[in-house]
Design a protein around this ligand. Sequence first.
Ligand SMILES: Cc1cc2nc3c(=O)[nH]c(=O)nc-3n(C[C@H](O)[C@H](O)[C@H](O)COP(=O)(O)OP(=O)(O)OC[C@H]3O[C@@H](n4cnc5c(N)ncnc54)[C@H](O)[C@@H]3O)c2cc1C
Length: 268
Amino acid sequence: MSVLDFRTATRMADAVAWLREDPDAKLLAGGQTLLAAMRLRLAAPTLLIDLQALPELKGLREDAGQLWVGAMCSHAQVAASPLVRQRLPGLGRLAAGIADQQVRNRGTLGGSIANADPAACWPAGVLALGGTVVTDRREITADDFFQGLFSTALEADEVLVGVRFPLAPRLHYLKFEQPASRFALTGVAVARTADGVRVALTGLGHGVCRWPEAEAALARRFDAQALNGLVVDAALASSDLHASAEYRAHLAGVLTRRAVQQHLTSAP
Ligand SMILES: Cc1cc2nc3c(=O)[nH]c(=O)nc-3n(C[C@H](O)[C@H](O)[C@H](O)COP(=O)(O)OP(=O)(O)OC[C@H]3O[C@@H](n4cnc5c(N)ncnc54)[C@H](O)[C@@H]3O)c2cc1C
């Protein structure tokens, strides 16, 4: 059995160098996925690189008309932020609805989107808002970042620093929860941005994706009835013990209509 080493990175250059030296090294954020995977023997890193002491991964602020959320911000921090509540409240509600208080206190934005769990909430919010993912070496649009099931554009030695969100849009995220974990059996984020309407679906099973037909219909007329006749193709979803592909696809349509209604009837 290999020995597990643990190091705390205090400089970004060290974290990147350690990742390059050891292909079996893993970055550690809040450990909410990684430590569970290790306990189940689904992951066996030889080195854990703790990200907690890297200052550039912390912080949540308004910056040049955008909202900056550092990768190490916990879900609880985002949910409780007065800035988020005031300027992008839909994002705060999304973070507040993740899991339970314990997971929200440890789980991070960076860990969530780097992991790209197909049932996670953050990917839907980041994709619907058209966020920009910032790493130690480049900026990646949300559309390019998410690449399917547990798959992103991140290189093996790349560190996610944070996400920039446009501040003007309105966001409503709704999920039908898997009751034990509160992961999304299906989740829908609908955002009205300066570039138009963006609809992101999570929980279908193959990774977060947009729903272009719904976006086009809502761009013509932002009303739940504009979605009449539109269905999510069940081939985009998968079946498991919790739900069939057809049920997940059906839920996506129902939740999108409800999210649009929320846009029209409730606060931003
Ligand atoms: C019981 C339970 C219920 C949950 N329910 C929900 C839910 O309802 N909705 C939801 O969205 N999520 C849910 N989650 C997921 C949770 O919210 C965390 O976001 C997720 O587990 C990631 O955890 P973490 O941030 O601690 O990252 P870690 O577990 O530390 O890391 C996860 C992965 O990301 C990589 N990584 C971490 N940070 C970086 C970085 N800065 N750069 C590059 N790679 C990085 C790590 O190497 C690792 O591969 C749940 C988790 C649990 C345990």
